[in-house]
Design a protein around this ligand. Structure first.
Ligand code: NAD
Length: 323
């Protein structure tokens, strides 16, 4: 039986990846600083460790009577635009430490295959309608936030260790990912979960606030497609970073209208100032397509799976408050 370590398995994508690996027949250890809120027992073993510490990374990687076949590194100090713009130093400090120590320990301990979760935030801002950007377009680098710079640096750390130690490194640059069991409140939630929450909270005919003028262009990738892409990439020979994203580009307002349609509510939007991030995204997915990956879940279908889950959380939180 193959053995996999998922760092950040207490989080959104890591939690879904743990379930995917279990389905594929792996023995899985999940290491995170906190337990998974909704699926705490999905992995065979859970270790609560602070991966900013060298000793914790070594402990996470230590396996009685053998070593892990695969390590998936998804742990990061992470959140949506609101968090990214207000926690620059935490991101640059915490996520960099996790990646420095985990990559070093994995390479030195002879881990054969290592996955690193990067982000399309490594790219510069784009104008709507610009030709698709390939992975090579990340250099010369001009990410619009420190989160992107940390990812770019940590990609290079992983590739340097691959060159020195021969550890096979696979790097995915994720587009915005959404789905059930993701952060939906508290300040770290990303746009799809935030819109689901706002619409679940408001009455029919009500108004929700949206940061910016609603014209920023994004694409959103459903979490089952994302973990399928991670798995495929990890087992491929594809060197260097590969974008993983659904090529369905929508404005932020279109996202809101999609969520409203799924909820069955009539909603008005009030645009307010707030951290929006880049104006546009348009990436090539040709590298990951070359492995046979294609997204299966497009926005409205994905929101049909996500909105009821967020709505349930909103109702449960209200119930708790009312108690
Ligand atoms: P998440 O916040 O749900 O998961 C990250 C996990 O890392 C959390 O469970 C958190 O507790 C854990 N973590 C943070 N600090 C830690 C520490 N010191 N020690 C141990 N664990 C620690 O985020 P996610 O959306 O699941 O993202 C997973 C990865 O994918 C991250 O690296 C993120 O940067 C990347 N990514 C995500 C998206 C997205 O849209 N969600 C987009 C691009 C890239």
């Amino acid at each position: 039986m193959k053995k996999a370590l998922v760092c950040g398995g207490g989080g959104f994508i890591g939690g879904h990846l743990v379930k995917k690996l279990k389905k594929e027949g792996y023995w899985v250890r999940n290491v995170d600083i906190k337990p998974h809120e909704w699926s705490p027992n999905a992995a065979d073993e859970v270790l609560l460790l602070d991966l900013r510490l060298k000793e914790a990374c070594e402990k996470a990687l230590t396996l009685d009577g053998g070593k892990f076949d695969e390590v998936y590194q998804l742990a990061a100090d992470m959140g949506g635009m609101g968090f990214i713009h207000s926690a620059e130093t935490e991101i640059m400090h915490n996520s960099a430490l996790i990646n420095i120590y985990m990559t070093d320990a994995a390479a030195r301990m002879g881990i054969p295959r290592y996955f690193f979760s990067s982000s399309v935030c490594v790219y510069r801002d784009m104008k709507p309608g610009e030709p698709e950007m390939t992975e090579a377009g990340a250099i010369p680098a001009h990410p619009d936030n420190e989160y992107g710079w940390e990812k770019l640096y940590s990609e290079r750390v992983a590739m340097a260790y691959e060159r020195r130690y021969g550890m096979q490194v696979r790097i995915a640059r994720f587009q915005n990912c959404y789905g059930p069991e993701g952060t939906w409140t508290g300040g770290r939630e990303k746009a799809p979960a935030a819109m689901c929450r706002k619409i679940a909270e408001v009455e029919d005919g009500g108004t929700i606030e949206v940061w910016g003028d609603g014209s920023a262009v994004r694409s959103y990738t459903y979490v089952s497609d994302m973990v399928d892409g991670i798995y495929l990439l990890m087992h491929s020979d594809l060197h260097g970073a590969a974008n993983i994203g659904c090529p369905q580009y929508v404005t932020v307002d279109e996202l809101v209208h999609t969520v409203a349609r799924v909820s069955g509510k009539h909603i008005s939007i009030k645009h307010v100032s707030g951290p929006v991030g880049v104006q546009s995204r348009n990436f090539s997915n040709e590298r990951i397509y070359g492995l046979g990956w294609k997204p299966k879940v497009f926005l409205e279908d994905g929101i049909r799976h996500t909105y009821p889950w967020v709505e349930t959380q909103v109702k449960a939180a209200r119930g708790t408050k009312a108690d």
